[in-house]
Design a protein around this ligand. Structure first.
Ligand code: CUA
Length: 351
């Protein structure tokens, strides 16, 4: 009997602490600053309705668990303390007086809650289906093993911009994103701004997103796409419209001309060794199968968010990218020390 009582009170204490922990953590999660991959926070018009709905569902589910657990525990305690049933005594089999009434009530409440959640879900889906106004900016994003190409569309061909992995957008306006699969199926996901949309070869999937606040919003490929699926991140960098325009104007400029003989040699070697795959506008490198490097030093990471973009990681990547991100489609070039040095120094000027 003592064992039973101890078990019972430890059960109650266990559940109570789980409930208290949940209650304490929920506001902490909701009000803490942005966390890179959280779907419990939102920072734009597309995210708000979904985040509210997610929290509501979490609340309902937690309430169901707590209420049912409470009822089971209370039932056990009440029957024990009132001494209606002694240990070892057999319960008479038969239909009780009020049993069915509780089943009707339970089923009724459950049905109402599920129906309410379904209506809320439909309202949420229609709220995020299309933006509130026509997007002025369209970005075509192609998923490749294992990086993202972004092409900023414009009616003026001189303002079409190609970049990779770090995608800048202006705050406070909806952006139309056209998604394409370059080789296999990938999935584009920026949890703080929007849900997932697949990129499928031979198909254009339209989606939109919007950021209210300036910031860097991390994204991740979320459809298994091979060896380096986990190293296929991207960033949406949201900036106030004026800052975004300045960024865009700078990105549209060609690479700055080399200012020393060493940099000139680096430019030539880059065109020779790297130019078949990579583009550096104005430097004789025009390959399109790998990330555009015209302003590579304006990006804070390399290899699709795998590493911070520093002199050390850039050198390592040029020397042997296969050691860093095995299976990626960049071959090892077996460059001599001086060649690597010149190319790396030249790349470092591409701000
Ligand atoms: Cu691309 Cu997973």
């Amino acid at each position: 009997m003592n064992d039973l009582r101890r078990f019972r009170s430890s059960l109650i204490r266990g559940w109570a602490s789980v409930a208290l922990l949940g209650l304490a953590l929920a506001p902490a999660i909701a009000w803490a600053g942005p966390r890179p991959m959280s779907y419990l926070q939102g920072f734009g018009r597309k995210a708000y309705p979904v985040v509210s709905y997610t929290w509501a569902l979490l609340g309902i589910q937690s309430a169901v668990v707590l209420i049912i657990t409470g009822l089971v525990v209370a039932g056990t305690v009440i029957y024990r303390t009132r001494g209606r049933v002694a240990v070892g005594e057999r319960l008479p089999v038969g239909r009780g007086g009020h049993g069915l009434r509780f089943i009707y009530i339970g089923v009724g409440i459950t049905f109402a809650v599920i129906l309410g959640s379904m209506v809320w879900m439909l309202v949420t889906l229609s709220a995020v289906e299309s933006p509130h106004g026509d997007p002025e900016l369209t970005i075509q994003i192609t998923g490749y093993q294992w990086w993202w190409k972004a092409i900023y569309q414009s009616k003026d061909p001189s303002r079409i911009l190609v970049t990779a992995n770090e995608i800048h957008i202006p705050t406070g306006e909806p952006i139309l994103i056209q998604l394409i699969g370059g080789d296999v199926i990938h999935s584009f996901w920026i949890p703080l701004l929007s849900g997932k949309t697949d990129t499928i070869p031979g198909q254009v999937n339209d989606m939109w997103l919007e950021a209210d606040k300036p910031g860097r919003y991390r994204g991740q490929c979320t459809e298994y796409c091979g060896w380096q699926h986990a190293h296929m991140a991207m960033y949406i960098v949201a900036q106030p419209p004026k800052e975004f325009q300045a960024w865009m104007d700078h990105q549209l400029e060609p690479a700055p001309p080399p200012t020393t003989p060493k940099l000139l040699s680096g430019e030539k070697k880059l065109a020779f060794h790297c130019g078949v795959c990579h583009t550096v506008r104005g430097a004789g490198a025009g390959g399109t199968v790998a990330p555009d490097l015209t302003h590579v030093m304006s990006r804070s990471t390399i290899a699709a968010g795998t590493l911070p973009n520093t002199v050390a990681t850039l050198s390592g990547w040029i020397a042997d990218s296969q050691a860093i991100k095995p299976g990626n489609h960049m071959p090892v070039l077996y460059l001599s020390g001086p060649d690597l040095d010149d190319i790396r120094d030249y790349l470092m000027t591409l701000k």
